[in-house]
Design a protein around this ligand. Structure first.
Ligand code: FRU
Length: 487
């Protein structure tokens, strides 16, 4: 029997996990295994849909990372948290589904949240999506602990119920510490004007299951948005920065082409009374096609580490035909230099580099799993063709003009087009007449471009038409080096 992907009406999407037949799951597994677009060193689901990274943390000598997960098809259904662990932020061990929506506190999904080591346990904070008979949403902010020596997960506990200040859009609790306190920043929509805002809660003691409303943290630079999803507050290099997803923000307030942006601003400080001191301009966190819901932590080793969902809400992806969707970015290290945010894959990624291959104009790679480093000297017009077939019928181009500073990523001819209604190219402008250094991380269906050590990033999903697309053509570039990446 040929497998037909389910149509997924509302009833299907919210069906209990236990109700899916073994036969269905096996055919979905078979279908997903046939995908030509499987990545080599990026996290992605075997079947079903991945969205936001959740619960990124260091606990018990290991890194923990979860993601929003719906196992039964490439749709947003009843969400759980899928669990992975790692010793080095590069090699991940799949632990299976961690947090299940199996309780009155999260009956319609265990939505996004964060985690932190708390004594002997890993403590998770997340939003329980709960809907009533009229399908009205009642967001619950919950906590649960995880400790493999105590048999896994504890009982779920409600920490913050619905509040009068926010509409039913109130979610994504993110843990951080400041001024000797633990805080949660939660995204939401203000009741009074239906605009996006942030809500701050503080733990007055060291008990992380007891939280008190502290204050609202409005962000004037994004006050046209109707909802702020997935906020983070991080401190690095003597500054504070806020990353979040201001849905519906006016394009005058932030220039972006994706359906929803992931944005950031830098401030001098987060004050004890919960305000940002000298908040700066709002910027795009990433200039590519597919970054959303990034989660960033102040890690115990002193770094700010972050990971993004390489995907966007409400977009169909070519892998949907194989019953799965979504991937996570590489783990990135965030720094602030001269008032500018830099993000770059963690240095642990260097372990995947194989012997360098130098080339001048073109090269055929063994597989699309490599880092490509090059430079464009001042006053050049350079173009690199990635994922190209030998007669340049299909390809992705990255153009770097160091006369006027313009950088353009174009995926109009990649092969398996998608999301074209939001445009097929993305661009940004640097100061002209300066050398530009580029590091490109290419995986089978992920492209992450880092300009000038991560001063600007363009991250995108790329889907080729066939396996001939393994050539690189470089025009106007210098010092071209390929490092095959092998896990
Ligand atoms: C962002 C988001 C979050 C929510 C989660 C549900 O992509 O909408 O706000 O918690 O996804 O999967």
């Amino acid at each position: 029997m040929a497998f037909k992907l389910h149509t997924f009406n509302q009833e299907d999407r919210y069906r209990d996990y236990g109700e899916w037949s073994q036969e269905y799951i096996e055919s979905l597994n078979d279908l997903a295994a046939q995908s030509p677009w499987r990545n080599h060193f990026h996290i992605e689901p075997k079947t079903g849909l991945l969205n936001d990274p959740n619960g990124f943390s260091f606990y018990n000598g290991e890194w923990h990372l979860f993601y929003q997960y719906y196992p039964f098809g490439p749709v947003h259904g009843l969400k759980s948290w899928y669990h992975l662990t790692s010793k080095d932020l590069v090699h991940w061990e799949e632990k299976g589904i961690g947090l299940l929506p199996d309780n009155a506190l999260d009956a319609h999904g265990a939505y996004s949240g964060s985690a932190v080591a708390d004594g002997e346990d890993l403590r998770l904070f997340y939003t329980g999506n709960v809907r009533d008979d009229q399908w009205i949403r009642h967001p619950k902010q919950n906590t649960i602990t995880y400790n493999p020596d105590k048999g896994g997960f504890s009982e779920k506990q409600l920490i913050i119920d619905e509040i009068d200040l926010a509409t039913d859009h109130f979610r994504d609790p993110m843990y951080f510490t400041a001024h000797d306190h633990s805080w949660l920043v939660i995204g939401g929509q203000r009741v009074s004007d239906n605009k996006g805002t942030l809500y701050l809660y503080r733990a007055e003691t060291t008990h992380l299951d007891q939280w008190t409303f502290h204050s609202e943290l409005p962000i004037a630079q994004a006050d046209s948005a109707y909802m702020f999803e997935c906020p983070n507050i991080n401190q690095v290099d003597g500054k504070v920065f806020v990353t979040f997803c201001p849905q519906g923000i006016d394009r005058d307030q932030l220039a972006y082409q994706n359906i929803y942006p992931n944005a950031y601003l830098i401030a001098d400080a987060f004050t004890p009374d919960g305000q940002l001191e000298n908040p700066g301009k709002l910027y795009n966190l990433d200039y590519g096609f597919d970054v959303y819901a990034s989660q960033l932590i102040n890690a115990p080793d002193g770094r700010v580490l972050g990971v993004s969902w390489l995907g966007l809400p409400e977009i169909d992806y070519p892998t949907d035909a194989y019953g799965y969707q979504g991937a996570l970015s590489l783990i990135k290290d965030f720094r602030i230099k001269n008032g500018h945010l830099y993000q770059y894959p963690v240095e642990e990624m260097l372990a995947l580099r194989q012997a360098p291959i130098h080339f001048s104009e073109n090269i055929t790679v063994e597989k699309n799993a490599y880092e490509y480093a090059f430079e464009v000297f001042a006053n050049q017009e350079a173009t690199v063709y990635l994922y190209a077939d030998s007669d340049k019928k299909h390809f992705v181009t990255l153009s770097i003009n160091t006369i006027d500073g313009k950088i353009v990523l174009d995926r109009s001819d990649m092969g398996a087009s998608f999301g074209a209604e939001f445009g097929v190219s993305r661009q940004l402008t640097l100061t002209g007449q300066e050398n530009v250094k580029v590091n490109v991380f290419v995986d089978e269906s992920v492209l992450e471009v880092f300009i000038n050590d991560g001063a600007y990033v363009l991250s995108s999903r790329i889907f080729t038409a066939d396996e001939q697309q393994k050539n690189i053509f470089a025009e106007g570039t210098d010092n071209n080096v390929i490092y095959p990446l092998q896990k």
